[in-house]
Design a protein around this ligand. Structure first.
Ligand SMILES: [Fe+2]
Length: 263
């Protein structure tokens, strides 16, 4: 467990949101600049300090590429910053053959653009054959996958201990979708999320916000639920901050994996 130096204040609700769809017109997230602005205003009021925007990159569904995402970031930057939020960049890569190709070509858009960390979404149904070997291949190519909302994958829900063991074996990071804790993605995801929190499996917690209304529906109740669950592990509010603020900062700074020990 990471320990905070004595006397440092804990900021309730402070989130540097490492997974979201705040950039408009690229995927199933915000549709217009106005929607991006409204999402930012509400997030700021809820305690967010910034976004690491992660538009979907999924061949056949969301045909984005790093160049287009960078352009949209430039178009949205002034609006996000005017709401008092930091704006960093990344992408949410779907787990598919093109992802491994991109890794081998050293062409992936990483979290914060200059880190080794890349957000990867597994299929929500079955896990692909040899998924752990592919993740290891991505590691060998020089990246560290951060698995987006593993609790939402049916394959993990069906055999959590085995899949968690495999993910730990290949030294990837795990990102909790805050909405999973309050049933936003169904009972299976909620149960798996609670179990992973209890096991101290997560390195990051993020909102995966798509629209302005998501903020109020997800962020305050999910942070309260997370604090309660972590309280049972005796890391309560400090544990929340590690997952929502400190570890996202460390990832953007390309910290060593040893600095990202789960709470
Ligand atoms: Fe997402």
């Amino acid at each position: 467990m990471l320990r905070r130096p004595a006397g440092r204040a804990v900021i309730d609700g402070a989130v540097l949101d490492l997974h979201n769809h705040v950039l408009f017109g690229l995927d199933d997230g915000c549709r217009t600049l106005e929607e991006s602005q409204a999402l930012c205003a509400r997030a700021r009021a809820a305690g967010h300090v910034g976004f690491v925007a992660t538009p979907h990159i999924r061949p056949g569904m969301f045909e984005n590429d790093p160049a287009g995402i960078l352009r949209r970031r430039d178009e949205a930057r002034a609006t996000v910053e005017a709401e008092g939020l930091e704006l960093h960049l990344g992408a949410e890569y779907y787990f598919c053959p093109e992802l491994l190709d991109g890794a081998r070509q050293r062409a992936l858009l990483t979290l914060g653009e200059t880190s080794r960390f890349v957000l990867v979404e597994l299929p929500t149904t079955r896990l692909p054959v040899r998924y752990d070997e592919v993740l290891y291949e991505i590691r060998l190519a020089g990246y560290v996958p951060v698995i987006a909302h593993p609790e939402r994958a049916q394959g993990l829900q069906d055999d959590l201990p085995k899949v968690l063991g495999a993910l730990r074996q290949v030294e990837v990071l795990l990102q909790l979708d805050l909405g999973s804790l309050i049933g936003h993605y169904g009972r299976g995801a909620k149960k798996a999320a609670e179990e992973l929190v209890k096991r101290g499996a997560y390195h990051v917690a993020a909102g995966d916000l798509h629209r302005p209304d998501d903020v109020k529906a997800i962020i305050p109740p999910a942070l309260a639920r997370l604090a309660k669950l972590l309280g049972k592990r005796k890391v309560g509010p400090e544990g929340v901050r590690t997952l929502t603020l400190d570890n996202p900062r460390r990832i953007l700074a390309d910290a060593p994996l040893t600095d990202l020990v789960p709470v």
